[in-house]
Write a protein that binds this ligand. Sequence first.
Ligand SMILES: C[S@@+](CC[C@H](N)C(=O)[O-])C[C@H]1O[C@@H](n2cnc3c(N)ncnc32)[C@H](O)[C@@H]1O
Length: 276
Amino acid sequence: MEDFESKSQYTSSQVRSLSDDELQMLENQNKRLVTEFRSQKLEVEAKKMWDLFYKRNTTNFFKDRHWTSREFGEIEQRIHNNQQTVLLEAGCGVGNAIFPLMAQAKDLFVYACDFSPRAVELVKDNPSYSETKCKAFQCDLGTDHLSYTIQENSVDLVTLIFVLSAIHPDKFEFVLRNIHKVLKPGGYLLFRDYGLNDWAMLRFNNGSKISENFYVRQDGTRAYYFKKEELESLTCASGFDVVSNEYVMRETINKKKNLKVPRVFLQGKYQKPAPT
Ligand SMILES: C[S@@+](CC[C@H](N)C(=O)[O-])C[C@H]1O[C@@H](n2cnc3c(N)ncnc32)[C@H](O)[C@@H]1O
């Protein structure tokens, strides 16, 4: 989670290949893994860690995401056609993805959920929040059923942006099935998250690795780095058809640190099949 400016972007079906130095960095991470006790504690305290994150940063950490409609054609098209749309932003944080969309779209209703009570409060405190256009609620996507709050088969689009990576891999399928239940047949899950061999993944120190591709940051929040084949099989196992699923490679520049780094994200679009 760093503040970087994007320089260039292209998609790739290949995993980013690593230099010898980078391979060595990954090798070093395996020397001392997080203990089983710490790993379990991090799982128990996941909600608390994110809530503390928002206590420290309030709405100041993430920038508004103005790229969502550009990156996901389904959103753009619906906004352009003034099509009535129900969207769920699963793991909404303080609303950086939803408020720019609500400002553009005339006929959009947004469900926004997060397991951090502070994040949900910050969404509700936003001057652009209105109960007629949005319902923000607390929900742990890995344990709470979305269908207790949202009617089954009622949502056109679900966005899941840098959220699944924060959840324990054992819960990935539950989360995806949870989302699948509230999507309309024919509706889309729009996904962006960290990809394998992302620069941030290689930077973790010895002692930060929990398990394969899963790490803990200094603030106690966790990050998983996805392989495209893995997300493809997870979404299929959860009842989705894969429409697209590619790495997005970006070269970004951190002006303060004078650093140019290769970021890797995984971006995908998965559809709940419509009955034939
Ligand atoms: C990196 S932020 C992304 C926020 C937002 N999607 C955006 O694009 O700005 C990750 C969010 O996932 C939320 N989160 C993590 N695990 C969650 C879970 N099990 N259930 C619901 N939200 C969760 C965190 O509280 C945090 O707000």
